[in-house]
Design a protein around this ligand. Sequence first.
Ligand SMILES: [Zn+2]
Length: 328
Amino acid sequence: MSERSRPRCRPATARHLLLLLMWLAHARAVAAAEATSRPALAIPDRLRLLVVAPHPDDETLGAGGLMQRVQKHGGRVSVAYLTSGDGYVDAVELETNSLKPKPEDFVDYGERRLHEALRALQAISISQKRLFVFGFPDGGLRDLLSAHWSSSTPFVSPYTGDSRPPYSQSLSPDTSYSGVALERELARLIIRLNPGWIAVTGPWDIHPDHCAAFHFVVRSLRRIHSSDPNFRPPVLLAYTVHRPDWPGFSEGTSLNAPPNVSPDGASWRFLDLTSDELDGKGRALDQYTSQMDIMAVLFRGFVRPNEVFAVYSKLPPEPTDVCGGAAK
Ligand SMILES: [Zn+2]
């Protein structure tokens, strides 16, 4: 081949090639950095997982993929609902077409949300038998940690008007609304189920019920430990539902840890979901029609390729200031 006919790399093409190589190297470095900054959540076989949800839907938003993965690994998943989500005033007003819904309207709404929870769990093959309802006051869990800790000062729901669970499926319908009662009942359920892991909303969650749920789980574990020193606390995982700029609405992009959250004594772990798990999570969320009608955009923000958990290596110390108030 003569010098004249030999194909030559034009300077501009060479520059493009160089830029492409640099971009590939950069992309590879970013991917490697992301992989190391997103350590994977390793799930043991035959794990007993208890997911504690302040309201119906929180379990699927935060841990819908985790629940499916645990089952895939031969494990058993149980879900405990601390409240039935019956205090959503705007939604009840909308449902009843009334600006002054009656107490029974709020209970009906709670029943509806519990029914949706049942269908959501069925959508990811969790049996009705593994669903546990406490029926404690929606919007009142934080108050139970302070002013209504003692059973002598029970909380009265401003929505249902009840001072004890009005739901027939409640684990303890005769228990009055107090912090000490919820701690005791939750401890009973934990002893009964003996979970290896418990997943609950994190103390940094800005919804007071979500923050309080975390402290109730920690207190219940301490209560069990104080009466049985041989008790080995389960691994505690915290998931996030309500935070500023969380989860964001970039459909299809992976979630990082929630911004500006550095939980003491915990490390972030990431669970990449398969497409089947992602479909399952979407299907489960679709069952919450009462919430989808109001906040579909927020819900869709959680259907992402991964889930994020803070994993505690040991039980966190109980702070005196919890969820913006002094604890008893
Ligand atoms: Zn919630």
